[in-house]
Design a protein around this ligand. Structure first.
Ligand code: FAD
Length: 305
């Protein structure tokens, strides 16, 4: 591990690339916040930004509208998330075509959570795609798209064991996925062990760590369990007593996220996906610390038309 962990100079070593994830806004105020977030992060030259997707007509429309706006106003390469939930194959194919007509060339293909919420049993829609692997094949059949998929360093909560979980990742890659983005995690050893398992299973696509900067520890602690992500006690200790002290909470959160990313870099990771929660500051600060500055030349996906 490097002695001075904040000593990296921009331009030394292998260039680090980043991507940012947003969710579609639910109202005008959130819409404004998303646009401000995109404006702040765009000059960092992300490899791509992604927009999550929810089941149901209005949610779907919100994703389409957010993607449309980012492409036209920020001119960034956008990866559109897509799920199998509550839709026939024809309906999902129609959404693929619609995204493609907006200039999308990259999809994040997911099974999605059951319509009854996380924890309920997932039942595929009759005539729908049955899981992430099936959806990858469906998207690839509709055009020459880049397809990313999910990966779970602590295994998906529905997976009985790592072997089953990694077998599903293998099916997604065999069907044409070229990158996996992980669920967020806080223990880098778990990520490293998972990548070793994945490589042993003969899967060689990049396993990009999904980094969740902690805007509210209380909220993260609440939903981490459902996402299958363990919150270590040392992390809880760092945020102890800060619920009503937003300024210190923010400073600690930046330090924690920076520490995680720098440690992963020490382990050889050079590509990161940030779950921004539509808030730019923590992701921006971490990028700054690792030498990613305005008008970064690292963006490597072709700009959307
Ligand atoms: P899959 O990869 O299809 O399956 C997940 C696991 O379940 C597998 O690893 C496997 O172990 C088990 N499993 C599934 N089917 C079978 C089977 N037939 N037999 C045996 N085991 C099986 N959700 C959204 O709603 N919208 C989003 O935009 C979104 N974006 C996400 C982005 C990322 C990077 C990640 C990590 C998650 C995202 N999610 C999103 C959450 C995701 O939808 C849930 O985690 C969901 O429960 C699983 O979807 P998946 O694509 O990972 O499923």
């Amino acid at each position: 591990m490097a002695n001075n962990r904040f000593s990296r100079e921009p331009g030394t070593g292998k260039p680090v690339t980043v991507s940012f994830e947003f969710f579609p806004p639910k109202n005008e105020e959130m819409e404004e916040r998303l646009q401000e977030t995109v404006k702040r992060l765009a000059p960092l030259g992300p490899r791509f930004v992604s927009v999550t997707y929810g089941a149901g007509g209005t949610t779907r429309e919100r994703s389409l509208s957010a993607v449309r706006r980012i492409i036209s106003e920020a001119s960034l390469p956008v990866a559109a998330h897509l799920t199998c939930v509550d839709a026939t194959r024809e309906e999902v194919d129609g959404v693929v075509d619609e995204f493609a007509s907006q200039g999308v060339k990259h999809f994040v293909a997911l099974r999605g959570d059951p319509a009854d919420g996380v924890g309920a049993r997932f039942t595929p829609h009759p005539g729908g795609y049955v899981n992430g692997a099936d959806l990858v094949a469906g998207i690839r059949a509709r055009g020459d798209f880049q397809v990313s998929v999910s990966a779970y360093p602590e295994k998906h909560p529905e997976s009985p064991d790592f072997a089953t979980d990694i077998e599903m990742l293998k099916r997604k890659v065999d069907n044409g996925a070229t990158r996996a983005i992980t669920q967020f995690f806080f223990d880098n050893d778990l990520y490293e062990r998972y990548v070793e398992r994945v490589r042993r299973a003969g899967i060689y696509v990049p396993i990009v760590p999904g980094v969740l900067p902690i805007h509210s520890f209380r909220q993260v602690a609440n939903f981490a369990g459902r996402a299958g992500s363990h919150v270590p006690q040392w992390l809880a200790d760092r945020f102890e007593g800060l619920d009503d002290d937003p300024q210190t909470h923010q400073l600690v959160a930046a330090a924690v996220a920076a520490e995680q990313v720098l440690d992963l870099m020490d382990r050889g990771v050079d590509d990161f996906h940030f779950y921004t929660m539509n808030k730019p500051d923590l992701a921006f600060a971490v990028c700054h610390l690792i030498g990613i500055r305005g008008n970064n030349a690292n963006a490597s996906e072709p700009k959307a038309a």
